[in-house]
Design a protein. Sequence first.
Lengths: 250, 277
Amino acid sequence: MPPDSLVDLHALQLDDARALLEHDAQNGDRETDESAVHYLQRVIDGLCDLSLKDPLTGLGNRRHFHGVLARAIETVARSGDSVLLLLLDIDHFKSINDTHGHLAGDQVLRAIADCLARCVRPVDTVARYGGEEFAVILPHCRPAFGRAVAERIRAGVAALAIDVAPLQTLSATISIGGAYAPEWVRSTADLWIERADQQLYRAKTEGRNRVCLDQPRELAVSAEEKGLLFSQLELDELALPGPAPTRVNA
Amino acid sequence: MNEALTPAAPDAADNPPVQPIGKVIAVTSGKGGVGKTFVSANLAAALAKRGLRVLVLDADLGLANLDVVLNLYPKLTLHDVFTGKATLDEAILPAPGGFSVLLAGSGMVEYSRLTPEVRGEFLRVVHSLVPRFDVIVLDTGAGISDVVLFAVSLASEVLMVATPEPTSLTDAYATIKVLVGQQQRDRVRLVVNQTTRAGSGVAITHQLQQVLDRFVVSSLGRPFTLSHLGDIPADPEVRQAVMRRQLLMQSQPTCPASTAISQIARVMAEKFVSKAG
């Protein structure tokens, strides 16, 4: 047990933190039999949690998103995993706000956030990236499945009936842009986000409520291509063990 | 007009034009360990021998090893230029073969990620080198990392180095695919290193071209050309020079590999290192 003076000092400085946690409906009160150290740790954990969450939707916030993306870049560089980044933007969100009010807008944001969280696997990360923009990071997502996942999310949101007032429901659509990290390559967050963002822009300009994915770099050389590469070459064209080249001595 | 009064066209080899040509050439490969840096350094020496002002830039920022090949360990490197600790002039060094080098230095590991800052610094350095040299050789890393693709994107000519091994050729093919798809390149020049018989390089180039014609369509609809620039025969002198950290063009200027490199330099000087090109 640390000296009382230390605990008192922390207690003083943690007043604001406790207020924040209480506001977020988490238990900021010190339990009677809890040691000061445990209490402090619990408050710090609560604050860390709070600093990574978006208060309106309960999703990860932009800071959380950037942390997960940085780790994904390292994983891709080391393991060659296929990781898909999706950026999603609610179509015509401003007009929802203007027509139905900001409270209705908040309801739409919450409903879509819940829907996104339901559409993905526990290993995926959903975050609120900006005002009406969300991001999803999908590790172990093979390129063949990327479009299907993104389409499922898009259709799921489009099918929502969002209650914004008694007897009033709204529907909304989203546009999705996505890009895979180049496998085995240490990319940068900026470049990766930029590629996904370009696709989001494309989805918007092509009419919204749609999915556009960046074509992954065609690195794969198919068996057919490999076969053709070597079929015509005679064996001795390729570097196979043979007599050492004769050296012309001056 | 009296022919005798017309000065003979100056031979690029003997009298470099006053105005530097400023040709940026990227040397790259699909697979590592095929002799990229060896080719860069010795080709630079061969071009310098023809009277051209040549600089080799260590563009393999993460795993630079031009310093090892040339046995040069300078105090000031590209790293210091990037961080503002040295001017470009302070970091440009004379190399043994009569050309200049700009070495990356071990501190460049932190630049192995292509951040917008690295991109900007790199671009700034290359831009200020162009008006000062006839040829700027970018010795890039292998493969298709962001840094490699960026360095290659700055060059007007790409030299792909490959050995006649199936893995090296497959990786060269894959890299060319990416260059065509991403940078709309319509020409890459192939140097086949460590060949064991005459004519290998021509046959390999022909075969790669056939597969490229079939599977790789340039997005602009232009045909893609893989040009065979030359072969460098397997030569025991190369290993000797590499182990002694000597420049082959200097230590064994008449061995088969050196002769081949001189020949490649001649083709380059005639075909695309000229004011017109």
